[in-house]
Design a protein around this ligand. Structure first.
Ligand code: ADP
Ligand code: MG
Length: 655
């Protein structure tokens, strides 16, 4: 359902909403608050804490302009029977709304008979619950709330719980649940609505997962014929010895490849555990058996990274490797399609570009998806359809606890790499305030003197706005100043042209650039073993899982590595990073501290970004939804439900 059908919504608002990934009425009603403010009024007292009071306006507000970007609004009020001066900064625009004898709610601090408000609210009663939404500039909490209200009234959104399960559990109606989650009157409203909405989300999710699994399980695979001796020689000739877990994973994968059962396996291993080489061996085995392979990565940088490193390994074996990304010209792409179709390419690595319907393989036998949670179920199934029955290998660095993995991934087989290659030192991690940056700079200088390199990561102010690069530019200036321009620093970010990015990555790899400043684009996969330090600014903005992934960019050989988490806020969560280098431990802690954790990174796409479900706390509902959706598939209930039938049809697109 299109957003422009809502009353009073213009193109500007639509563009703001788009930044929040809200593109339809369904998206809007399921844009749930991430927390709630509960208002209970305090007595007026002098404290260092923020208090909430009810106040009656006694004098007309006066605006004074202090300097550019700073104005002050002052007025007198009556609070608990005493006259109090109120000031609030940068809200000159509120002047019109603050008439004498109006009653308002003030949030702020009271000291020396002045109330310094951080916010002023209208129409709030004690006991009111106010939902709080994630915002982007240009749109206020109130505006979102209003839009959601009109979307709920508009109706016409889809109830994704099939009728039989609605009846079975006697859930609240969808409209009622949405009203309660967005406009709760009592706390219990939220709990009741959540139950239903969580089930709905998890049911749909499990349905997709289960449906794909069932299809995969049913299909016969191709029994691949290759010489185990050749594989052993290949392993022997590697520049390092494989770890026990890597060898076990190789064995499990090779057995799958050789069997006529179709492989459907997840290779799970912490960052730096060495999943790439395990996949490369699978590609080699498929090549020996006469089959092509495809490897899909979520970002261009990662695809190229794989391309260079895998090509280097496979070159000696006369295996031709190619890479396809969005930034190739049409002509270049078409040349690749031709070669792939003619069977001249044995391994094609790429981003989403691999999904293009014009791409056809001569004999595709193995499909590998890296960082698989980044892709939607649909995207993965499209790639599989490029051959009658390719073996499937998913790679994931998401250190998800095994029980959850089993439930989420259904009947997927799992190979786990638990231990990292030996000789790796623990990365020394320290949380620092910006005022302590000198210590960090000294350590950076030490490392650079030793010939090592440094990553600096600064999250974008607005994650959706890749063009807002002020923060990275400022950092570059600071570091250039600190090192008097004697050390080469460069910036890399997602919106740069591919050849610019390539040039910078190449110079960094070749140690020409010493300090690489980036937005989060280096999050996954980048492998520059000579980089020994990573500095992450505004670290509190990242989930622990993301921090762990980012930290995994260093400590990639036997050099001692360092990670500095810069945050001006005291943060118990960040301490976990100082404590441990173990992704599984960290993900458990994240679960404990935040419930949902940030298991799947900060990105908004992929299957695993739940809008309301919380895998830890809602585990029981997940199990229930999983069983129900299995039953729904078995009994073919979905055939008479348009919404699910459509999902199934999309999962089955054959190009
Ligand atoms: P990830 O699991 O995060 O994808 P990679 O496959 O990129 O990790 O491996 C990280 C680094 O470790 C790479 O430089 C790789 O060459 C190296 N590596 C992989 N396996 C071993 C091993 N058994 N011994 C030593 N180094 C290894
Ligand atoms: Mg990897």
């Amino acid at each position: 359902m299109e957003l422009n059908q809502l009353k009073g919504i213009g193109p500007k608002t639509i563009s703001y909403l788009k930044k929040l990934n809200i593109e339809s009425i369904n998206d809007l009603v399921s844009y749930y608050p991430y927390r709630y403010n509960t208002y209970s009024f305090d007595q007026l007292k002098e404290t260092d804490e923020t208090i909430i009071v009810s106040a009656m306006i006694e004098s007309a507000p006066v605006v004074s302009y202090i300097k550019r970007n700073l104005n002050k609004l002052s007025f007198k009020t009556m609070i608990n029977n005493s006259i109090v001066n109120v000031v609030i900064f940068n809200r000159a625009f509120l002047k019109q709304s603050l008439q004498i004898s109006k009653i308002v709610t003030l949030i702020g601090k009271y000291k020396g008979n002045t109330f310094t408000a951080s916010d002023i609210k209208f129409d709030i009663k004690s006991g009111d619950i106010e939902p709080v939404y994630h915002l982007t500039s240009g749109i206020t909490n109130k505006a979102i709330s209003k839009l959601i209200k009109s979307a709920i009234d508009y109706g016409n959104y889809i109830d994704r719980i099939p009728e039989e399960y609605n009846t079975k559990y006697n859930f609240l109606g969808l409209k009622e649940s949405l009203t309660k989650i967005h406009f709760p009157e009592k706390k219990i409203d939220i709990a009741n609505a959540r139950k239903r909405l969580v089930y709905e989300e998890l049911f749909e999710f499990s349905f997709k997962m289960n449906y794909l699994d069932k299809k995969n399980k049913k299909s016969e695979g191709i029994a691949k014929n290759f010489s185990n001796d050749k594989i052993e020689t290949f392993i022997k000739n590697l520049p390092f010895t494989l770890t026990k877990d890597q060898l076990k994973a190789v064995k499990e994968i090779n057995e799958d490849l050789a069997s006529e059962r179709k492989m459907n396996r997840l290779l799970l291993g912490d960052v730096g555990s060495g999943k790439t080489i395990v996949s490369t061996i699978a590609i080699y085995a498929s090549f020996l058996a006469g089959y092509q392979s495809a490897l899909m990565a979520p970002t261009e940088i990662l695809a190229l990274q794989h391309y260079f490193s895998i090509k280097k390994t496979l070159e000696k074996y006369k295996i031709s490797v190619d890479v396809i990304t969005g930034s190739l010209t049409k002509k270049e792409k078409e040349a690749i399609y031709k070669r792939v179709e003619a069977g001249e390419v044995d391994l094609l690595i790429g981003t989403h570009s691999l999904l293009n319907e014009k791409l056809e393989f001569k004999k595709l036998g193995l499909v590998i998806t890296d960082e698989q949670h980044r892709f939607g179920v649909n995207q993965r199934s499209v790639l599989q359809k490029k051959s009658t029955s390719p073996d499937i290998l998913y790679l994931s660095a998401t250190p998800i606890p095994r029980t959850y993995a089993m439930t989420i991934y259904g009947d997927l087989d799992i190979s786990m790499i638990k231990t990292k290659p030996s000789g790796r030192k623990e990365i020394i991690t320290k949380v620092k305030k910006e005022s302590e940056i000198k210590d960090v700079l000294l350590s950076v200088l030490e490392e650079i003197k030793k010939g090592h390199q440094v990553y600096i990561v600064s999250p974008l102010v607005d994650q959706n706005d890749e063009l807002d690069l002020t923060s990275v530019n400022l950092l570059k200036e600071k570091y250039d100043l600190a090192f008097q321009g004697k050390i080469r620093t460069e910036i890399i970010h997602g919106k740069m042209k591919q050849n610019e990015k390539d040039a910078i990555m190449n110079d960094f790899k070749n140690n020409k650039i010493k300090i690489l400043i980036s937005t989060t684009v280096i999050e996954v996969g980048i492998d520059v073993p000579n980089a020994t330090t990573i500095i992450i600014y505004n670290a509190e903005r990242f989930g622990l899982a993301s921090l762990h992934q980012l930290r995994g960019r260093v400590g990639r050989n036997d050099l001692q590595s360092y990670c500095y988490l810069i945050s001006n806020k005291d943060n118990a969560r960040l301490k976990v990073m100082e404590e441990s280098n173990d992704g599984f431990y960290i993900s458990e802690k994240d679960f404990e501290l935040r419930g949902h954790g940030d298991l799947f990174g900060t990105r908004q796409h992929g299957d695993m970004c739940f809008k309301i479900a919380n895998l830890k706390n809602d585990y029981d509902i997940l199990v229930q939804a999983k069983n129900d959706s299995n039953e729904y598939i078995r009994d073919q209930g979905y055939l008479s439900n348009d919404y699910y039938k459509n999902i199934v049809d999309n999962l089955e697109i054959v190009d």
